[in-house]
Ligand binder design. Structure first.
Ligand SMILES: [Zn+2]
Length: 211
């Protein structure tokens, strides 16, 4: 690494973009499709294409279930239990096709929820993009970010009121300067989105509106 890069790294905080769970099952037509999910996927792809260079890392998290116990239910309440979704290595767990053209700009994938509910991306562990099985050997997201000297994170993705919320609260709790870009998220329960964003602001998350 050149001296120039090292010096600029000393001056500016290193910022990562965390793309939360932009997976087929969370978009329209998926097992747990969120209204606006596809639009969010498309908008995030544009941001990645245009701004990936401004981040020191661009990461994606994925819900990646094998047997998550009562997270799945045949009679889900859509609050604590859900229809089956994001089964490991199945099409529903893949990132939405709108992300395909920027797949090469997403440097790392962190997968979570193999055997229990895991809303926060910080419960995710690094996995190879083409790995199919549960992999419990990779570093946790927070440890990986600290090892990469990342101190600030921008969080986008699905869903505002579940995995984005949990990921942002964990990011703050772990000491990261944390921003949620609200237009690049969509909520399962849209009526709860405003109160969730206020909860995040109250927790010292920056909630950014673009444009
Ligand atoms: Zn899940």
């Amino acid at each position: 690494m050149s001296q120039e890069v090292t010096e600029s790294a000393d001056r500016a905080p290193l910022r990562a973009l965390i793309i939360v769970d932009v997976q087929n099952d969370f978009c329209e037509g998926g097992a747990l499709g969120i209204t606006g999910g596809e639009a969010v996927a498309t908008a995030i792809a544009t941001v990645v294409r245009e701004r990936a260079d401004s981040y020191s890392a661009v990461l994606a998290t994925q819900d990646w279930h094998i047997d998550p116990g009562p997270h799945f239910s045949p009679t889900p309440d859509f609050t604590n239990s859900w229809p089956e979704h994001c089964l490991a290595a199945q099409p529903g767990a893949a990132l939405h096709p709108a992300m395909d053209e920027v797949a090469g700009l997403i440097g790392q994938h962190f997968r979570k929820g193999h055997f229990a509910a895991a809303y926060s991306g910080f419960e995710g562990r690094l996995a190879a993009a083409d790995a199919h099985a549960a992999d419990e050997s990779g570093p946790l997201l927070g440890d990986w970010l600290r090892d990469a000297n990342v101190t600030a994170v921008d969080i986008v993705g699905l869903a505002t009121d579940y995995c984005v919320r949990a990921t942002a609260l964990d990011a703050i709790a772990q000491g990261f300067d944390t921003t949620v870009i609200s237009q690049l998220t969509a909520a399962v329960h849209q009526e709860n989105a405003a109160s969730v964003l206020q909860e995040l602001r109250d927790a010292r998350v920056t909630v950014l509106s673009l444009g």
